[in-house]
Write a protein that binds this ligand. Sequence first.
Ligand code: HEC
Length: 117
Amino acid sequence: MRARSIVLSCLAVVLALLTVPLLAADDGAALYKKNCVKCHGDQGKGDGPAAKLLKNQSMGDLSSKAEMSKLSDDTLHKMVAEGGQAVGKSKVMPAHKDKLSEAEIKAVIAYIKTLQK
Ligand code: HEC
């Protein structure tokens, strides 16, 4: 009985360890949906519902490799954490450092890189 419960708890630990990286990978997509889609749109083209209200404001194009390759990882991080203004861009791009943890900011940046074509 005892041996069996030890085996079961080991199995639970192994399963938990296996699912952590999977969740982290999914997280980026979920975080993007929750925090960024309203402006940047599903594909990162800058056509989210809020973009329609901000007609004259360009949101950039997160799906453009040419455009995104101009931004270093540091700049991306600073933009997401501290907002567009921190890197001399529009203040309409909000700061997220009070909403997202360091790990979440990294996850969402990793996700937006997957949008590039
Ligand atoms: C309220 C609308 C809004 C939200 C929400 C928003 N952004 Fe932005 N974002 C902008 C605007 C506007 C710009 C363009 C700033 C500029 O070019 O001056 C921008 C620019 C960017 C850029 C640079 C694009 C480029 O081509 O220069 C990145 C990267 C970015 N946002 C990532 C994110 C991420 C990641 C999130 C979610 C965590 C997010 N944004 C949430 C409005 C928003």
